[in-house]
Ligand binder design. Structure first.
Ligand code: MOS
Length: 695
């Protein structure tokens, strides 16, 4: 073994990025490239009564304008046929005058320069017959509240074990509380961008995405092309956090525009448009009931979650999923329900369900601890689950207890005075709060190709993505380890559907899935070299996760927050944060540290700042830019300490790795809300926590 796994290797793509050599989707210079700008509906829902393109088409430089009247040859089905897996926003775009949500693309202006396209788009006159939008999650919605079919095809929407009513009845202490969270948008620095190039009936897309193979399938389905006629290229992606999991309508619009004008077209979604046509994290309303004995043993848990989705799409924010297994409890029921509103289809945002659900559950645990007069950490330990009681199987590994211990020790938790408002510093109330972090470990089939060259190098190719996570680097380390080569002898290329198929770079599953495929391909290449005696070999391998659920695998963590609350201004500042995490084998402690740190910073945003605000009359997000939509910046983020707790896992997968992209954000909002309660005695049950809540 070369010791490549576990080394704090600098990013192998770092030099290319800082020197500008790395090409993001907007950087590809193609001969004859034209520029497209979207025209989006200022309100929704409604119907386009008229669309006036005369002034726009006379704008110098404008080459073409696409609307529902000319984007598809008639007759147009309202939705693309055979496109069930595609987000409905992309199945329906530019097919009819129907507007389902504010911000839906209703036209595309193509011009010789970006400036001309912007000007042309501004001159398109859209006459809309709007209808009042349904935006109240607790209202009747479009169809009434309903249960989704499943959670991402992986779990049932509801779960039940034991007898909740009995546990509830027999308990000494009962808590029945409701939490809410608001719409959020991911806002990666790289806005969604697509460049489309046609050669005959073959389409090449440069697309900022988390899944080139997914875009390939979706675009082929929507445009009625054979999958092999679509190639998607995306070697560098400037952030995503889940916002680039789906094929959003702009990608379809770019492909249509390029076909229409017979030239390569680049389409960049503006920051403002992103809030309208890319999904964000849905709103949630969560009811949590906890019942316990006097000594804090959980006797009953119920977690009911409701989130909004679009008029056509079923997106579940699976808030109650972690509640099914996080603590030992004989009687647990969970439900997930949806309500259709007049919005774009919501989507995955870093730790979907786990980030929002742990806010509710871990706040409720804090409330229970307070009601019992128990230390919040002691309450977690009193209910430590020694196996997965939801699935009835052992953990593949669970160093959560060590996370609690190491995090608490580093933070100084034992010095916490349980009395509310008892700690003060610099005229501020100081509060300490904690929460458990958790994200399930996923693994999908994946494939990779490895070539060993005569001069002692390895070339690795596969279709996965690195949207800033460090996948380039960590996957290089896996290959170096198995091949016993120094990492600088390994060259990796990713982000192209011409490379072997990979699953979506989401759900924190890339290391477990693609890492395993690369390890397998490297082992196969070594065997091939030995068997054939050749100087060069090239092999491909596909890895499959085990289908049997003989154990349960999750990444774990313990989050500890200190806040200062100004009693006169109601402002909250996070002054210290310690997160201790166990996530199996850590391939690169440096990139892992960055992922966990970034997760915590994003959790600070979720707790205190981030919220889409919609105009109730027109349905559109009104704070649709980085001045109005607040994200944490340097002064909002304290020194965050991330502790990597060693965790050996021989079962989860051959590499023993779990994901680290999402666990970092989970529990953060609860730890902060719990700290705010400790500081002020005010229990804030909705996010983001705002000044008004504390005055
Ligand atoms: Mo992540 S929200 O699964 O990209």
């Amino acid at each position: 073994m070369s010791g490549a796994i576990g080394a704090k290797l600098d990013r192998v793509d770092g030099r290319a990025k800082v020197t500008g050599v790395a090409r993001y989707t907007g950087d590809w210079g193609l001969p004859g490239l034209l520029h497209a700008v979207l025209v989006t509906s200022p309100a929704g829902p409604g119907r386009v009564a008229a669309i006036d393109v005369d002034a726009a088409s006379q704008t110098p430089g404008v080459v073409a304008i696409l609307t529902h009247e000319n984007a598809f040859p008639p007759p147009v089905e309202v939705e693309a046929p055979g496109a069930e897996g595609v987000v409905p926003d992309s199945r329906t775009v530019l097919r009819s005058p129907e507007v389902l949500y504010a911000g839906q693309p209703v036209g595309v202006v193509v011009a010789r320069s970006l400036e001309a396209a912007i000007e042309g788009a501004a001159r398109v006159g859209v006459v809309l017959d709007p209808r009042p939008p349904q935006l109240d999650l607790e209202g009747s919605g479009v169809d009434g509240i309903f249960a989704p079919k499943s959670i991402y095809g992986m779990e049932p929407p509801d779960s039940e074990r034991g007898d909740f009513e009995r546990g509830w009845r027999e308990a000494a202490v009962r808590l029945d509380v409701r939490y809410s969270t608001e719409w959020e948008h991911h806002n990666p620095i790289e806005r969604h961008t697509t460049t489309a190039v046609w050669e005959g009936d073959r389409l090449t897309l440069y697309d900022s995405t988390q899944w080139v193979n997914g875009v390939q399938d979706d675009v082929a389905a929507v445009l009625g092309l054979p999958v092999e006629n679509v190639r998607v290229i995306s070697p560098f992606v400037g952030g995503a956090f889940g916002s680039k999991c789906e094929t959003w309508p702009h990608t379809i619009c770019a492909a249509l525009a390029a076909r229409h004008v017979g030239a390569p077209v680049r389409l960049e979604v503006t920051r403002q448009q992103l809030f309208g046509l890319v999904g964000g994290r849905p709103q949630t309303r969560q009811r949590v009931r906890l019942a316990a004995s006097v000594d804090g043993k959980l006797m009953a848990i119920a977690h009911d979650s409701l989130n909004d989705t679009s008029a056509r799409g079923d997106f579940v924010e699976p808030c109650a999923v972690p509640t099914r297994m996080l603590y030992s409890c004989p009687n647990v029921v969970t439900t997930h329900r949806l309500n259709r509103l007049d919005i774009q289809t919501p989507t995955y945002m870093r730790a979907p369900g786990h980030a929002t659900g742990t806010f509710a559950l871990e706040s409720a645990m804090d409330e229970l601890a307070f009601a019992l007069g128990m230390d919040p950490l002691a309450l977690r330990l009193a209910n430590y689950a020694d196996h997965d009681e939801n699935l009835g199987v052992p953990w593949s590994s669970r160093e959560l207890r060590t996370c609690y211990e190491r995090g608490a020790q580093r933070f100084g938790w034992e010095r916490r005075n349980p009395e509310l408002g008892s700690q003060r510093q610099d005229g501020c109330l100081v509060g300490w709060g904690m929460a458990t972090a958790n994200y399930h470990t996923l693994q999908s089939p994946a494939s990779a190709r490895v070539k060993l060259t005569a001069d002692g190098r390895a070339e690795v190719r596969c279709a996965t993505l690195d949207f800033g996570t460090g996948a380039y680097t960590a996957l290089t380390q896996v290959a170096a380890e198995v091949l016993e080569l120094p990492p600088d002898r390994v060259h990796i290329e990713i982000g192209d559907t011409d490379f072997p198929w990979c699953p979506i770079a989401a759900g924190s599953q890339t290391m477990a899935s693609v890492g395993t495929a690369i390890a397998l391909a490297c082992q196969k290449a070594r065997q091939e070299l030995a068997r054939t005696g050749r100087r060069e070999v090239e092999v491909e391998a596909r890895s499959e996760p085990t289908r049997e659920k003989k154990w349960s695998s999750h990444a774990w963590g313990a989050q500890f927050a200190e806040v200062q609350v100004d009693p006169e201004l109601g402002t909250v500042r996070v002054t210290r944060f310690v997160g201790a995490f166990a996530a199996g084998r850590i391939v690169n402690p440096k990139t892992a540290h960055s992922q966990l740190l970034g997760g915590i910073a994003m959790g600070i945003g979720q707790a205190l700042l981030e919220e889409d605000q919609r105009d109730p009359r027109w349905g559109r997000v009104v704070n649709a830019d980085l001045a109005g939509y607040l994200v944490p910046t340097q002064p909002d983020v304290p020194d965050i300490e991330v502790i990597l707790v060693p965790e050996a896992d021989r079962l989860v997968n051959p590499l023993g790795v779990k994901g680290i992209g999402e666990v970092g954000i989970t529990g953060v909002a609860a730890a902060i809300a719990n700290a705010v309660f400790h500081a002020t005695g005010k229990r804030v049950r909705h996010l983001p926590i705002q000044i008004e809540d504390l005055l």
